[in-house]
Design a protein around this ligand. Structure first.
Ligand code: CA
Length: 242
């Protein structure tokens, strides 16, 4: 079953001039929809297939820059899909999703022609970073740095600077900051943040979001006259320039 989601269904960022086509092959419907929505928000064109046969058929008939491919799929498993595509000279980049964490599985996936893999459960921020990195490797995507006031985040190099000061962040802090900056002037709920940075099956009963917001404030706001990260009481957080 194929599902096409148009960009108009999301209210976010404008699409880049040249649409980048991504196919998501994932049988867990909720997960497939979540991945697709996240990619659409970043301006990609996305198709979804829910089993291996459908995924193979779509990938063989339309040109995709990137295929996000689950391994455990009905009808034809992901590794077989990948081998069949490569045998048919389909050159799309492939990012494998797998719950299996053994070395042999990873090696098998890469040997079958995958370009990268991501272990389930993953955070969407990590998925997006991998997608961007693969597209960059192909020379498809060049993104300009994100800016909020005098704060700058370079997606290419992962360098963060405020005024002329370099800021060092942990991976989670970086992803949190990137999420806030991509959504500048928009309120993000704790739940949205948790799902994006920590993963789609994140336990929302913890205060980890608040803890990391505090780490991030120390890193980017402390010592500066303007505070860029603001709390919206009872809702979440927003990053904005005055
Ligand atoms: Ca699956």
């Amino acid at each position: 079953m194929q599902k096409k989601i148009s960009h108009e269904e999301t209210d976010s960022h404008p699409p880049p001039a040249d649409k980048i086509n991504i196919l998501v092959v994932e049988d867990e419907q909720h997960l497939a929809d979540s991945i697709a929505r996240r990619l659409l928000e970043d301006g990609y064109a996305v198709d979804i297939a829910h089993d291996g046969d459908e995924g193979f058929r779509l990938a063989s008939t339309k040109r995709y820059h990137l295929i996000v491919l689950d391994i455990l799929l009905p009808r034809r498993d992901g590794l077989q899909v990948l081998k069949d595509l490569r045998r048919n000279k389909v050159q799309s980049m492939v990012l494998i999703l797998t719950a299996k964490s053994t070395i042999e599985d990873r090696v098998e996936g890469l040997r079958a022609g995958a370009d990268d893999y991501l272990l389930k459960p993953f955070a969407f921020a990590e998925l997006l970073a991998r997608v961007e990195s693969l597209l960059r490797r192909q020379g498809i995507q060049q993104r300009s740095p994100l800016r909020v006031a005098d704060l700058e985040l370079d997606i290419e190099t992962r360098c963060v600077r405020r005024a002329s000061r370099n800021i060092r962040l942990t991976a989670k802090e970086y992803f949190l900051l990137e999420l806030l900056m991509r959504n500048k002037n928009r309120i993000l709920t704790r739940r949205e943040i948790a799902e994006q940075v920590w993963g789609y099956n994140f336990d929302t009963g913890t205060n980890v979001v608040d803890v990391y917001i505090n780490y991030l404030r120390k890193a980017i706001d402390e010592g500066f006259p303007t505070r860029l990260i603001q709390t919206v009481r009872g809702v979440g957080f927003i990053m904005k320039e005055e």
